[in-house]
Design a protein around this ligand. Sequence first.
Ligand code: FES
Length: 352
Amino acid sequence: MDKPVIAQPKPCLITLKAGRTYHWCSCGRSARQPYCDGSHAGTGFEPTRYVATQDGDEVLFCGCKHTKTPPFCDGAHTNLPGGSPLEDAFSEANRAVPLIADKAAGRTQLNGNCYVMSPEQAQWATRGPLRYCTVVNGELGALYQTQFLLETSGAMTEAVGFENRHVILFVAAGSGTVTISGRPFSVRATDGVYIRPHEAFALSADAGSSLRVYVLACPLAQIRWFAKMPDSFDGQFPQRVVSVDAAQRTGMGPRYFQILVDKKIGSTMITQFIGHIPKSKAAPHRHLYEEAIIVLSGEGCMWTEDRKANVRAGDVIFLPRKQIHSLQSTTDEGMDVVGVIYPGDNPSINYY
Ligand code: FES
């Protein structure tokens, strides 16, 4: 059996009909992509039969035919010819796209509720040794994610929680301790931390250090303060901190990423990754997930249909699901980012 033909380098967006049977082309020779038209005869390939159970579900059927999860895209196309296209940021069409510089409360609005937030220009509140501001929430256009930025250089903060929500932290700077419902965990910059529903957490910075922590709750939630730390640590999930490990990287064309917090440690709802974007501009694409991206280093530009905004270290980009976009790195050393996606567990899955 030969290798399948790459019918197209990106997946097809399909809206499923409950009870309908789909015959997905696995050989890549069909003229009715992504469905079978019988062209596999004699090739050794057989179509994959899939019966939809939910009406209206939007899924991505693999177009490159190299997925390991047929009929669905698993991101394999990103490492195949044409699967991770770049484009010229200085083409005539791109030079005509206006740079939006206006900010309201630190936020630059792009198309379709996509925005770039510069937290240092946002409204901050204080609570004891803690400073915090909102970077993503429902009022700003999110359907699923609420995200805050917390800073402390003092002793332990009040306990913070979100009613019955999955919570993921990213330690952007400093070192210290995250105490989760009574259980302490040492953390340092670039660690991801997972907090179960019904748990709360508090932060304390090491002496001489200042902790800067992005806190994401999903689905949308209000922040809640506890006079006393609840004694509710879920011991079925003892591992809560994931650190950067170059051996765990996944290549994605010229980019790479490492999953930090995901289902491996119990986070079945949301997925956090850390990634690197070399100096380049990806061709415009979309995702089926809602995403919040924190820029850790470097500078660049976020592009949507007919707008673009500069981004730099410390900024947060909010990206609604299905929003066409492209993130460009303009720094010679490239740009490091951290992202959180929902729903979904694979940041390499994208479509046109
Ligand atoms: S299109 Fe084949 S894996 Fe994505």
